[in-house]
Write a protein that binds this ligand. Structure first.
Ligand SMILES: NC(=O)c1ccc[n+]([C@@H]2O[C@H](COP(=O)([O-])OP(=O)(O)OC[C@H]3O[C@@H](n4cnc5c(N)ncnc54)[C@H](O)[C@@H]3O)[C@@H](O)[C@H]2O)c1
Ligand SMILES: [Fe+2]
Length: 383
């Protein structure tokens, strides 16, 4: 079957690379003023100052917008874009987790565009060019540094995606030193988000292809073999590097073979209850996998042998072992496993199911069709 595969043209994977961004910029672009897009948590972790100082020393006149919030709202994106425009920025650097990188993508577009933000939702709606864009992740999770996707939270608390080729960055920089102080809880939850990207890309219904499959398998392997070490000892730079690599490979996979029902059911939890994205995914993960089992058994069996290479048995046994292994991992990493633990009650479930059904862009990729009743049943199991 024919397929297309697209990714970011330059990926730099090197310890300390974040303080050498000026070299990358000078050798590739003609930029005079760089806007760093980040959030207060990344500033508090001490990650922004050294990057800013190195850019200043290289004459790139950096300005810093640190007002990004988790699950960025349209308003934050517009504020960040006004800030970059007012400062005459000609190069945008996203420095942070998915929230900062997604905001940076939209800033790079909005600085060049007359299109209103609301016209950009959906697939392929962005017209024209953007400013130069460099993405530097400080979590090992979303893979946003290599995806053409920005997820924004709208006024009605729905989380919606803008997906356009222009959102692929010019450069993605993986510097494990930036993730050494990521708290264990964030390490666990963002790491599971990355694992979900690999799993959903591998079972995606329409655009799954040999390249995304290879990337998803290797992503899952890197993440599985490093997540417990990174969680137990944040300073383990080899584990941190493996996590960043795994999250990026998963990002490349799902940028081309998109995620599905786990994300569709997770987004309303994040949008309506402000539950972090990785945790939202983890809460519904085993229930969606079990729901998908009749259609995805053979693929889950293949993924089981990535985690447990010597596993034997039928596809059915392997697929069940895969789901159980993911559930055990989340437990081992101390991730809550009930919706009630994040303040969601039985009465909230119909609203969540209704909102999940709006995620048609994602649900269409799921190996098994999901109805409103199915979504409600999955949330009930997760309660
Ligand atoms: N664009 C995509 O392809 C894509 C894919 C999946 C998810 N997302 C979106 O990304 C967002 C989630 O991103 P995320 O999970 O990376 O979290 P995040 O960017 O919201 O950050 C979570 C928290 O971690 C803190 N933090 C980040 N790096 C840190 C570090 N190194 N040390 C200490 N604290 C640090 C931040 O300050 C913040 O408080 C959601 O909005 C989600 O919808 C986007
Ligand atoms: Fe995700």
């Amino acid at each position: 079957m024919g397929f297309q595969f697209e990714t970011v043209p330059l990926i730099i994977n090197e310890s300390g690379a974040a303080t050498r961004l000026a070299e990358v910029i000078s050798s590739r672009f003609k930029c005079k003023r760089v806007a760093l897009i980040t959030d207060a948590g990344v500033v508090a972790a001490g990650l922004v100052k050294p990057v800013e100082a190195a850019l200043r020393n290289a004459g790139l006149n950096p300005v810093v917008f640190d007002g990004v919030e988790p699950d960025p709202s349209e308003q934050i994106v517009l504020e960040a874009a006004s800030f970059a425009k007012a400062n005459g920025a000609d190069c945008i650097i996203g420095l942070g987790g998915g929230s900062s990188m997604d905001t940076a993508k939209m800033v790079s577009v909005l600085c060049c565009s007359l299109q209103p933000l609301h016209a950009l939702y959906g697939i392929g709606k962005v017209e024209g060019k953007r400013l130069q864009l460099i993405q530097v992740p400080t979590t090992a999770g979303t893979g946003s540094e290599v995806t053409p996707i920005a997820i924004l939270t709208r006024e009605d608390h729905s989380k919606m995606g803008i997906v356009s080729s222009q959102l692929y960055a010019d450069v993605a920089v993986l510097d494990p030193e930036l993730t050494l102080r990521l708290p264990p809880e964030v390490t666990a939850e963002t790491g599971v988000d990355a694992m979900v990207h690999a799993i959903e890309a591998f079972t995606s219904k329409h655009k799954k292809n040999p390249i995304s499959d290879a990337l998803a398998r290797e992503a899952l392997r890197q993440l599985w073999f490093n997540i417990r070490s990174a969680y137990a000892d944040g300073q383990d730079i080899a584990a941190r590097s493996g996590m960043l690599l795994g999250a990026m490979l998963a990002g490349q996979a799902f940028a081309n073979s998109p995620v599905a029902a786990v994300h569709a059911l997770a987004y309303p939890i994040g949008g309506m209850f402000h539950v972090p994205h990785g945790l939202s995914n983890a809460l519904v993960l085993p229930h969606v996998l079990r729901f998908n089992l009749p259609e995805a058994e053979a693929l889950y069996a293949q993924l089981a042998t990535v985690l447990l290479p010597s596993l034997s048995g039928t596809d059915g046994q392997k697929a069940k072992a895969f789901i159980q292994t993911m559930e055990n991992l989340c437990f081992e990493l101390g991730i809550p496993d009930r919706l009630e633990q994040v303040g969601i009650e039985a009465g909230d479930l119909p609203g969540l199911a209704k909102a999940a059904m709006q995620q048609t862009r994602l649900l269409g990729n799921n190996p098994r069709p999901v109805t409103y009743d199915d979504a409600l049943a999955i949330y009930r199991e997760a309660l």
